[in-house]
Write a new protein. Sequence first.
Length: 469
Amino acid sequence: MDHQRVIRDVTVRLPMASSTPEACRWTVSALSRHTPATISVLLAVHDRLRCVAATGAWQVFATVPARTGIVGRVYDTGTPAVVPDVTVDPDYLPVRPDVTAELCVPVLDPTGRAIGVLDLQWSEPIDLEPWRETTQQLADQLGARIAALGGPPAESRSEKLLRHAAALSTAPTEADVLGVAACAAREVSGLSTAVLLIAGQLGAPPAVPSDLETRIRAELTESGPAALVRMVDRAHRYGAGYTLGEAGHPPTEDYRPLTGAGVRTLVAVPVGPPDAGGVLLVADERALRPDPTTVSLMELLAGQAWTSLDRLRTLARLREQASSDPLTGLRHTGPFGQRIAAATPGRTALLAIDVDGFKTVNDTYGHQAGDRVLVGLARALEGALRHGDELYRIGGDEFVAVIEVSRPEEAVRIAERLTEAARRVGRTISVGVALPRPGETPDRTLRRADQALYAVKRQGRDGVHLSAA
């Protein structure tokens, strides 16, 4: 094999390539005439290696995550990989079942920075060393031509939107969703600033907001809630809108706070439903001309952002329902068990509470009347507790309050407040009080509180009893 001829044949047309993809396709096509290898060029696009040109494979990996496979290793280290037996290399990515050897070299720009890789895979015996030098020379010339053409191809706006949509779908909190959506809006639209108004509230600013965003937030805050409502209402009433950046056309009154901040270009897109959603404001202080495609992409982004927000809120409601009593809204046995497991000996008092004569209410007036009694009593007891005290419903007419106290007498006073609150709504309760002993299990503490409760019952109900220390 005349490797100098290979280099001449492959690179003769590189100076005539008018785009990076064309330069990559010519390199792969010309090189394939000299070897039966499976050949591909992958270039770095954002955080992945994207296949720009390939030949000789039934299926090609369109994108490869950074540091994945032999190609990712070569790109990450800038060091060629000569692999005579792919079966012993743990990083090998199978493209076809008969591949035996792989040669991968970095594609470098003139500064020596890796911008991608040139990869060859063989399914027949091959002496890789001569090809290593040849392939590296081809990769160097390809890298120089790519740099002259402006570098690897940039992500399209649709690709950026898809990347951000994936991040939105996995965002763990509402703040994260709003942050990802604002970042996506800036990156996809090409405008400098994005602000979300959701349910009358401004989303949190980025870590380093632009001067324009700082001014916008200040103007919107100073304008007050009514101005925010008008912007949201306008977007939901008339749909997405955008400016043409032309002089001599004054803004509508609804957007005065934005123009006061220096906005000269604006895309405004409704987010979610009118009653609970908001508006996405994408702005710039330059006079630009957004096109309908930009607006469409912003509408898609707004829809994805709202879907992600709605998913998080649905999950939060489900978690709340799973940890609370559907009748009274109080937390129930699941979180109660976690709370008493963290009880502090001598400081965390458990108040076992039972509604006196509740069975008679159900038997005489029916379960709906009994439910109303429980709901009213739950509200009364909650109102009598201090901030930070917790009330749980652990049975039909059984409640437990978990409170932090400095001494047993304080727990008794809180329990007496509960009995007074019950009397004010026409009911009476019996309360047993116990404080955890050192080394005592939470279940044992609760059992002592129950025993104190039954002592009240034996004494005639409507009272408080403290378990012995």
